[in-house]
Design a protein around this ligand. Structure first.
Ligand code: ADE
Length: 424
């Protein structure tokens, strides 16, 4: 593509496109389910005449999703869902190699982040892909929200779904929003194995510290917390879990992790990872009781889990000791290291989840969008789950792509499962 035909964009440097292109191709190799969907979309063109605004982490995997939607006929525009997660080479390649408008620069400030949201809304989308609900929430606050032409949206995260439900309760959700995160082939794999691996990857890339023998405190034992705890243990950490839900806490305990309140864990941890989706989970009193040299980071969607304002207030000094590592020195002389300014450590310090799990997440995204188009006019505003058939189809395709075959029920077994007369 020559520079004359480039779409409008705001990216760091188009000269990075060559690296971005080969990295996108590398990710694509490990996204076989999405590739199959792309092949079908190219024949059937389900998105012909449809504008899609995507607000997501601008990564190699998101690029592969964007290409699948483009192959399906969509007029697609991409912006970042987090100021620190953009892979600048990927953004450039999407613009200059694939002609997709992208507005995203790693490290963009909040005014620029918001200006990109406005650009995505001015694209006048029929469909929205959201990761954290910033696009849909901003749209809901515009005066034209009630009359917009949006067919529906899809939401990638637990946090975004919580926000969508709150919006719906306030009468502010004007179209169906598909809860992609609720699909089993999304959260059981992406949230657990994806967050588990990429979070530890981010901690290691930022600090290069040994995990073995350290006490790792995982705050929150949802699917992401399960993944982080499992992978930290795999590297030899003594894992402590902090949780507010008794059932999840019990599960963590029976999984063999130590479970205790954060007030206690804050005194013994070497590494703290928050994955709760909540606010100020690690607070002033916790920072005050931490050991010298503690490393603290967050892998939940928003940068609100660590109360960094309180940490700044109690710190005598703060300096960046290496990229993505800020050292806070407290008045008692203890040093606390915060990674990636409390933003998603896995996407800020590493490359996010590997392609093989994003394959299933983004297959869900692609099929949820197709479902919205096929059922245009039939679905009510609100938060909807994807049909179970989509989950089963994605799991079956993934297994096939991995070369794994499984058993099927015999007719006798089917009959037995549908009967109630046989007993003791
Ligand atoms: N969320 C977590 N990891 C991701 C990735 N690699 N691409 C897009 N979104 C993500």
């Amino acid at each position: 593509m020559t520079s004359k035909t480039l779409p409008n964009h705001e990216v760091k440097d188009l000269k990075l496109a060559k690296t971005g292109l080969s990295r996108i191709k590398w990710a694509k190799q490990d996204m076989q389910v999405l590739n199959l969907i792309e092949g079908r979309f190219a024949k059937e063109l389900p998105f012909k005449g449809i504008r899609i605004s995507i607000c997501a982490h601008v990564t190699t995997e998101t690029a592969v999703l964007g290409l699948a939607l483009k192959a399906g006929g969509a007029d697609t525009l991409l912006i970042a869902s987090n100021p620190l997660s953009t892979q600048d080479d990927v953004a450039s390649a999407l613009v200059s190699e694939y002609g997709i408008p992208v507005y995203a620069i790693k490290g963009e400030d909040i005014p620029m982040y918001k200006s990109h949201i406005d650009i995505a809304l001015n694209h006048n989308p029929h469909l929205i892909i959201d990761d954290g609900c910033d696009l849909v929430a901003t749209l809901a606050n515009t005066t034209t929200a009630g009359t917009c032409k949006v067919i529906g949206s899809t939401e990638e995260t637990t946090t975004g779904i919580t926000r969508l439900k709150a919006m719906h309760q306030d009468g502010k959700l004007y179209f169906p929003a598909m809860a992609v995160n609720n699909a089993l082939t999304k959260h059981m794999f992406d949230n657990r194995y994806g967050t588990g691996q990429s979070t530890i990857d981010g901690v290691i890339r930022a600090t290069n510290r040994l995990i073995a023998g350290k006490t790792a405190v995982i705050v929150g034992y949802g699917w992401c917390g399960r993944g982080c705890a499992m992978r930290a243990r795999g590297l030899g950490a003594n894992v402590v879990v902090c949780e507010v839900d008794p059932i999840k806490a019990l599960e963590a305990f029976m999984e063999g992790f130590r479970v205790m309140p954060l007030d206690e864990a804050s005194k013994i941890g070497d590494l703290f990872i928050t994955v709760t989706g909540n606010k100020h989970v690690i607070d002033k009193n916790h920072f005050e009781s931490m050991k010298d040299g503690s490393i603290v980071c967050n892998s939940g969607h928003f940068d609100v889990e660590l109360n960094l304002v309180s940490l700044e207030n109690i710190a005598k000094s703060k300096c960046e000791v290496k990229p993505n590592v800020d050292e806070f020195t407290l008045s008692n002389g203890n040093k606390i290291y915060v990674l990636a300014q409390g933003r998603l450590v896995n996407l800020s310090c590493a490359e996010g989840h590997p392609a093989s799990v994003m394959d299933m997440s983004f297959a869900n995204q692609a099929l949820a969008l197709e479902y919205l188009v096929k059922n245009n006019g039939k679905l009510k505003p609100g938060v909807l789950n994807l049909p179970n058939q989509i989950d089963v189809e994605i799991a079956s395709l993934k297994l096939a792509s991995l070369g794994v075959s499984i058993d099927t029920l015999t007719p006798e077994m089917v009959d037995y499962m549908n009967s109630w007369t046989v007993g003791t």
